[in-house]
Design a protein around this ligand. Structure first.
Ligand code: NAD
Length: 495
């Protein structure tokens, strides 16, 4: 085993007594209570973070409010774009540092942290930077009767909503945090981020880089802590929009509270129990490497990744045999070792949750392959395929958010669609087939925000992303995010 060397800058950053990032600088915490950040591969404490009080959250929101009114909303769009691009440049310059911070706190393979998380963060920031100069309203011609020759014209203004609360999960904290930063800053909004209590460091570091990029103090603030800190943040009267990514129960609670808070705008990117449909004509040798990579990337802790494989009856045995053989080749190891193909789960509560599902599967003899936690140090579990006992089986219904996937046989297209849609979730799905005509007929029947053909889990800033049913509310990326971060003001003029 050979692990990458931890950079001195990373060691120094982890050794700091972190506070909150408010008004362009790190502010020491008001209270002494700390949260330990644990490396999930070694179970060692790598750093600690503070827990923001309501007072500290209010200071961060006030700073974002002042920056919105006195700096950012009035910054010319071109300059906003330049600064976001400069931030992307700095992320590129500090790529290894940010990748190591992510790996040390999430257990994400170092190559995934480098080539997906950090690389895509740069791509997304640059994409959003490009939008700054392209957000506009429209002109209209009203049909109001003219009695004395008067005329009318109308136009719409797109105005930034104001201070955004960005609440971020632990699986891709840097990238998801930057989806929110990019959307907010390009439209002229300012933001207070609340990263996950498990993976906070990369966004604290990013906030410092934003100051180096020339983004004014107060435009990006970061308060750290658990759910309570998130509640203080979303309940602040100066917050005009909540952008939340996380689990369905938290998302529903946030949505309900946002409506009570005088209809605070809210967008929710939540969980899934995503389906991959492997049709009768699929060539398994061709599709399996791509399908398994898309499924087990980051140990399955990806909201968009599949957790249910629907395999045509004629291919079921071949599929389970070949997928089992392929998964047995996954080399499990330290996420800091570039040769590892599979790392630990990101944190202990999540490990316990996934273990609970594996225990049920083992008790009920539902394991096709894998199914074990690894004894010893670290939150490692095997990549697992399961049989399910019908569509009411909890293993068919509940999101594990781990490397645990059901394999279910189907015979007809009708049965396939009925089973895929038998779920409260509707985030993503995929069809694996060379029969494009059949795929095109199935796509409209699938209840999901994204459907891929012969691919899964790939996100691109040009393509909208979001869930239907309990998987979410609103869309990110493309031009779809603009509605969520701006208010449309109608202006009508008589002349
Ligand atoms: P979570 O809901 O437990 O926490 C998400 C964030 O919300 C954290 O920062 C947490 O501290 C905060 N939080 C918790 N309770 C809160 C409350 N009452 N008020 C305000 N903030 C609160 O989710 P998680 O375990 O961090 O992430 C895993 C979940 O996220 C999975 O369900 C996964 O599918 C989902 N996810 C969805 C997407 C997407 O784009 N749809 C992306 C990544 C993850």
């Amino acid at each position: 085993m050979s692990e990458v060397q931890i950079l001195a800058s990373v060691q120094q950053f982890m050794a700091r007594q972190h506070g909150h990032f408010i008004d362009g600088q790190t502010i020491p915490a008001e209270t002494s209570e700390r949260i330990e950040l644990i490396n999930p591969a070694t179970e060692q404490v790598v750093s600690t973070i503070a827990i923001a009080t309501q007072n500290e959250v209010e200071k961060a929101v006030q700073s974002a409010y002042e920056a919105f009114h006195h700096a950012w909303a009035n910054t010319p769009p071109y300059e906003r774009g330049l600064k976001l691009n400069k931030l992307a440049d700095l992320v590129e310059q500090h790529a290894e540092e940010l990748a190591q911070l992510e790996t040390l706190t999430t257990g994400k393979l170092i190559n995934l942290a480098r080539h997906l998380e950090v690389a895509q963060t740069i791509v997304f920031l640059r994409y959003f930077a490009g939008w700054a100069t392209k957000i506009h309203g429209q002109t209209m011609q009203p049909s109001i009767p003219s009695m004395n020759g008067e005329k009318y014209t109308a136009y719409t203004l797109r105005q930034p909503v104001g201070v955004v609360a960005g609440i971020v999960p632990w699986n891709f904290s840097l990238m998801i945090g930057c989806w929110k930063i990019g959307s907010a800053l390009t439209t002229g909004c300012t933001i207070v981020l609340k990263p996950s209590e498990f993976t906070t460091l990369s966004l604290l570091r990013l906030a410092e880089l934003a100051i180096e990029a020339g983004i004014p103090a107060g435009v990006i603030n970061v308060v750290t802590g658990k759910g309570e800190t998130g509640q203080y943040l979303m309940n602040s009267p100066l917050v005009k929009k909540v952008s939340f990514t996380g689990s369905v129960p938290t998302g529903i609670a946030i949505g309900q509270q946002a409506m009570k808070n005088d209809l605070t705008r809210v967008s929710l990117e939540l969980g899934g129990k995503n389906a991959a449909a492997i049709l009768a004509d699929a060539n398994l040798d061709e599709i399996l490497p791509t399908l398994l990579q898309a499924t087990f990337v980051h140990q399955g802790q990806v909201c968009a990744a599949p957790e249910r494989f629907f395999v045509h009856q004629s291919k079921y045995d071949e599929f389970t045999q070949k997928a089992t053989a392929a998964l047995q080749q996954f080399t499990m190891g330290s996420p800091l070792d570039e040769a590892s193909m599979f790392g630990p789960l990101s944190n202990k509560p999540h490990f316990e949750k996934v273990k609970h599902y594996l225990d049920i599967a083992n008790q009920k003899d539902q394991v096709i392959c894998g199914g074990q936690t690894i004894q010893g140090t670290g939150y490692f579990v095997e990549p697992t395929l399961l049989k399910v006992q019908g569509t009411d089986d909890p293993l068919f219904i509940e999101e594990t958010f781990g490397p645990v996937v059901d394999v279910i046989a189907f015979e007809s297209d009708e049965e396939l669609i009925r089973m895929i849609n038998h779920s409260r979730f509707g985030l993503t799905a995929s069809i694996w087939s060379n029969d494009l005509a059949k795929a095109l007929r199935l796509i409209p029947q699938i209840e999901a925000g994204s459907v891929w053909v012969n691919m899964h889990t790939f996100l691109d800033p040009a393509v909208p992303f979001g869930g239907v049913k309990a998987s979410g509310l609103g869309r990110e990326f493309s031009d779809a995010f603009i509605d969520d971060y701006t208010e449309l003001k109608s202006v009508m003029i008589r002349y």
